[in-house]
Design a binder for this molecule. Structure first.
Ligand code: URA
Length: 209
């Protein structure tokens, strides 16, 4: 990819088609398919997760499994319509360890995140959103192009290039891993609060336009 094509922002359809054949790292070998981002090209908000899970790998769509349900609920509660959001992942192939009939999720490593970043860059150039929300450590590493601690950066707007803002929050699967109902409710409320900041940012940008 040339810098020019990255900057010009090709259509998402073209990018998706190119990404189907991506061999930039080894993860394509065991995955069912590339799970590219999904949502309108004129989205004001881009949501970045870690990588497709088992359900997403089979469906070819991001965030359609249990973490996706949690995300949908939180977006809805914050007054954000998911159909207007572009939803993607830092890494576009499912990384897993086969264990009998089960495929155990494996966290992507830095070389895999770096190899896949070209797709995030090109999605960003195609969409030019007002706000990018990075959910979890892998997404934050992709968005800021360096390891970025979640707790230190969570819940505040951070400038990216070209006037785009970023917001860091936890990954929805973090909520699913909470040990008890109280912790789950507390962390879920914080997650929704982060999306309320996102919603307010979008409203402010719409008023300024
Ligand atoms: N977790 C992610 O990070 N992305 C998905 O698409 C699903 C689960």
């Amino acid at each position: 990819m040339t810098t020019a094509s990255r900057m010009s922002g090709l259509s998402l359809k073209t990018l998706r088609e190119e990404a189907r054949h991506c061999r930039a790292c080894h993860l394509w070998k065991n995955a069912t398919q590339t799970v590219f981002g999904e949502g309108p090209q004129n989205a004001q908000m881009m949501l970045v997760g870690e990588q497709p899970g088992d359900k997403e790998d089979l469906a070819g769509k991001p965030f359609v499994g249990p973490a996706g349900l949690m995300l949908d609920r939180a977006l809805d509660e914050a007054g954000i319509d998911r159909r207007k959001v572009y939803v993607t992942n830092a890494v576009k192939h499912f990384k897993f360890l086969p264990r009998g009939k089960i495929r155990l999720h494996q966290k992507p490593n830095t070389p895999e995140i770096k190899a896949c970043r070209q797709w995030y860059e090109r999605e960003l150039a195609a969409i030019k959103p007002v706000l990018v929300v990075a959910m979890g450590a892998t997404a934050a590493q992709c968005v800021f192009n360096k390891i970025t601690p979640i707790n230190k950066n969570r819940g505040r707007l951070i400038d990216l290039e070209d006037g785009i803002k970023a917001l860091v929050t936890v990954h929805p699967s973090y909520l699913l891993r909470q040990p008890d109902a109280d912790a789950k409710a507390r962390e879920y409320a914080r997650f929704v609060d982060d999306f309320r900041i996102a919603a307010a940012t979008l409203r402010k940008s719409a008023r300024a336009a």
